[in-house]
Design a protein around this ligand. Structure first.
Ligand code: C2E
Ligand code: MG
Ligand code: MG
Length: 272
């Protein structure tokens, strides 16, 4: 996959990775039917009112013998095996279903991570539409998150599919913003509603470094483009204060709350 005209030396450790890949791959195929997948939800907090205004759904896999497996480990395998399409369909439907049950305490958004292969699939837009209809959820309460790298690599299918998605009324977010390339030109090219500033820019942020920070520049850009800004990975109070001073709209991170079970999230809605 790395291309022609090169040599790669086999390392015995690769065999382990390869066998685990094979094992995970066959197990993942039946993970949905066996009820091993579940979603947790990380609250998104309005940095002005301190209220929970929505949540990002994050996938978890409870492996029968290996216990919980992190998405960073199994999503790349699911993508390579093409399994991300059925898994992603399940994630979209379950996330929309969960959000339809949250709405008693005022409108709350759900943010769903979407992979490259899903946006490439021509049925994706219909799937989202169908789930919205079945669970009777207002489309403006659904955010689809695409990573910046993916938008760049999938530029054609993304441009074809983003417009019909937005016509449905759902919002589009760029995830991990600032880690890919060409950020600025792509922001103009794709009609996005939300930018999620990658954790690496939040890591380096505190009240002293605020003026010189890249986070500040990204926030100037988003406010200029009238895009909602979300800071990811807020862990320290100094980062939170800096982001509030910079006028960031929404925050997410362990300081505010880690991912929660759906029932726990419902108890937190509307509460600081
Ligand atoms: P992401 O979409 O950028 O999600 C944020 C990740 O950062 C989550 O990890 C979350 O638990 C973690 N996080 C939240 N707050 C903090 C913090 O304060 N500090 C630190 N260090 N981390 C924090 P998680 O759940 O392990 O997910 C990792 C990635 O896997 C996600 O990154 C997303 O790209 C992908 N992913 C998760 N669920 C799905 C899914 O359903 N579909 C697809 N395609 N990808 C998913
Ligand atoms: Mg995300
Ligand atoms: Mg992210």
């Amino acid at each position: 996959r790395a291309g022609k005209s090169q040599i790669k030396i086999f390392d015995p450790a690769m065999r382990l990775t390869a066998t685990r890949h094979l094992e995970f791959r066959s197990d993942l195929g039946s993970a949905i039917e066996r009820d091993q997948l579940r979603l947790v939800f990380q609250p998104m907090v309005d940095l002005r009112t301190h209220r929970v205004v929505g949540a990002e759904s994050l996938l978890r896999w409870e492996h029968p013998t290996r216990g919980p497996i992190a998405p960073s480990e199994f999503i790349p395998i699911a993508e390579r095996a093409g399994l991300i399409v059925p898994i992603g369909r399940w994630v979209v439907d379950q996330s929309i279903k969960a959000a339809s049950q949250w709405q008693e305490r005022g409108p709350q958004r759900v943010s769903i991570n979407v992979s490259a292969l899903q946006i490439r699939s021509p049925e994706f837009v219909d799937q989202v539409r169908r789930s919205l209809e079945v669970h009777r959820l207002d489309p403006t309460l659904v955010v689809l998150e695409f990573t910046e790298t993916m938008l760049v690599e999938e530029i054609e299918s993304a441009s074809d599919n983003l417009a019909p998605l937005r016509e449905l009324g759902v919002l589009i977010a760029i995830d991990d913003f600032g880690t890919g390339y060409c950020s600025l030109s792509y922001l103009q090219q794709f009609p996005v509603d939300i930018v999620k500033i990658d954790r690496q820019f939040i890591d380096e942020l505190d009240e002293e470094t605020l003026d010189m920070s890249l986070a500040r520049m990204i926030l100037q850009l988003t406010s200029g483009l009238d895009v909602i800004s979300i800071a990811e990975g807020i862990e320290r109070p100094a980062q939170l204060r800096a982001l509030q001073a910079l006028g960031c709209d929404i925050g997410q991170g362990y300081l505010l709350s880690g991912p929660l079970e759906a029932e726990e999230l419902q108890r937190r809605f509307g509460v600081a």
